[in-house]
Design a protein around this ligand. Structure first.
Ligand code: FO1
Length: 307
């Protein structure tokens, strides 16, 4: 069975590990959000590409959910001495990824090409596809002005009022090579339990992607990142509200209408099932929490069974 997943952030990394436990890894293609990408110390950082790559390579830090395991931050300390900004925690091993990526981009290679090389070097057999080779930047509108996503998320710890979200550059971006084909040729498309507004939203904003999801023969199955009226992690609640969507599986389903076919929801949200059905979305009530590898794998199996 060929599986295409739409991914961004830590929930996605966990589910992908869970799916990989039940799938031939070469059957999995992951389309990853790059709206979070940022330039740090002159380096091109792609947090969601790296979280997915490190998770599938088995080197993602388990505690933080981002960056590499067995990490040190000696360069970060040294940069502080020079007065460089240190609110974005680049680890020493992680730096190697950004150095290689940045040099390749400066040499004129595409983000998708360098991503494939990095993933291959780390032994990842699944395809990791940036949503686009062109820059799309998620920007948070606040009453005091616009913030880059990492300024909002890491520097300001989501403690500012959000009045809107923009995907700068999306209208001119093209899907990266392989993205539309992965969606078209899949038997199952999985929308990971990622933030619908800032992780999956940028992918859907790339022209052609939402159309491909509407046209695919694959069954499109999502996992709700909202449980019991709140996000499992991160600012998805505030961002859904800023979009005028309810902070519930219904808000998630509405963000993915009209192509979402089934949504895995937690037992405490089972009462949403009839309203989801009215939106054309079949509710699958199951355990959607992933505190350990066993439950990641169990959720992976539940997603594959929901097809
Ligand atoms: N998240 C944090 O909360 N603090 C950090 O200092 C931080 C550094 C960082 C470095 C590399 C990387 O790939 C990810 C990093 N993240 C950090 C996570 C990142 O902000 C988020 O995972 C995503 O952008 C949200 O999906």
């Amino acid at each position: 069975m060929r599986v295409a997943a739409l991914a961004g952030g830590t929930g996605a990394a966990k589910l992908l590990r869970g799916l990989a436990a039940s799938l031939d890894s070469s059957a999995l293609s992951v389309v990853v959000n790059t709206g979070d990408d940022a330039e740090v110390w002159g380096l091109h950082v792609s947090p969601d590409l790296d979280s997915v790559m490190y998770a599938l390579a088995g080197v993602l830090d388990a505690g933080r959910g981002w960056g590499r395991a067995d990490e040190a931050f000696r360069c970060l300390s040294a940069m502080a001495v020079y007065g460089a900004p240190t609110w974005f925690g680049l680890g020493d091993r992680d730096l190697a990824t950004h150095l290689v990526r940045t040099r390749a981009l400066h040499e004129g290679r595409t983000l998708s090409a360098v991503t494939a090389d990095l993933a291959h070097a780390l032994g990842v057999a699944s395809r990791i596809l940036p949503m686009s080779d062109e820059a799309v930047r998620t920007t948070i509108r606040t009453p005091d002005g616009r913030l880059g996503f990492q300024e909002y998320f890491v520097r300001d710890k989501c403690q500012v009022e959000v009045v809107g979200v923009d995907y700068d550059g999306a209208e001119r971006a093209r899907p990266a090579p392989g993205v539309l084909e992965a969606i078209r040729d899949a038997d199952l498309v999985v929308v990971c339990p990622s933030n619908p507004v800032t992780s999956v939203g940028p992918i859907l904003a790339v022209p052609g992607v939402a159309e491909a999801l509407g046209a695919t023969r694959a069954s499109v199955v999502g996992v709700s990142p909202i449980v019991g009226g709140a996000a499992v992690s991160g600012p998805a609640g505030a961002l859904l509200r800023a979009r005028g969507l309810p902070v519930s599986p219904l808000g998630v389903a509405r963000a993915y209408a009209p192509w979402l076919r089934a949504l895995l929801i937690a037992p405490e949200d089972a009462a949403c099932a009839p309203e989801l059905a009215a939106l054309g979305v079949r509710a699958v009530v199951t355990d959607v929490m992933m505190p350990d590898r066993e439950r990641e794998a169990a959720l992976g199996r539940a997603v594959l069974a929901a097809r």
